[in-house]
Design a protein around this ligand. Structure first.
Ligand SMILES: Cc1cc2nc3c(=O)[nH]c(=O)nc-3n(C[C@H](O)[C@H](O)[C@H](O)COP(=O)(O)O)c2cc1C
Length: 131
């Protein structure tokens, strides 16, 4: 049975990818909620967490925004290794490391109930229009 995992107010999920979106860093909260271990995540695309309820349009918007140098903020439903799920309020942006290499960073905090309800409604409509 798929269940919603508890994302507490104290948690903050952080990950960093190369420009293609392959994970090169995931913090402890990322690991805990994803139900994968560090080794399983390294080098994987973030779509490893993709939940089938998420519309394509949300990720297109994420990538278009971040590639253009702007910061993206949105509500995302993620699926864990065991088929459970958790909602996040994600902020994604492009940055550079100390060697000048481009990297993409995402920081997620717990969304409010209202944010999740609005996203559920919007994503349902978007998914229907993508069929
Ligand atoms: C920094 C960063 C963080 C991302 N985090 C997630 C995430 O937590 N969950 C997710 O499903 N997609 C995330 N994405 C989007 C994925 O790269 C991907 O576009 C999405 O999962 C849809 O998969 P697809 O492009 O293979 O259809 C992230 C992208 C970037 C650049």
């Amino acid at each position: 049975m798929s269940k919603e995992l508890e994302f507490s107010n104290e948690m903050m999920i952080v990950s960093e990818t190369c420009p293609k979106g392959l994970i090169n860093y995931a913090n402890e909260d990322f690991i805990t909620l994803s139900e994968y271990n560090k080794e399983e995540l390294k080098g994987q695309p973030h779509s490893i967490l993709r939940h089938y309820d998420m519309p394509k349009a949300a990720f297109k918007d994420l990538w278009d925004t971040v590639k253009s140098g702007k910061t993206w903020n949105g509500i995302v439903k993620n699926m864990t290794k065991n088929g459970n799920y958790y909602w996040v309020n994600a902020t994604v942006y492009k940055s550079k490391d100390n060697n000048g290499n481009e990297r993409l960073i995402s920081v997620r905090v717990k969304p409010t109930k209202e944010e999740v309800l609005n996203a559920q409604e919007l994503y349902k409509k978007l998914r229907a229009s993508e069929r």
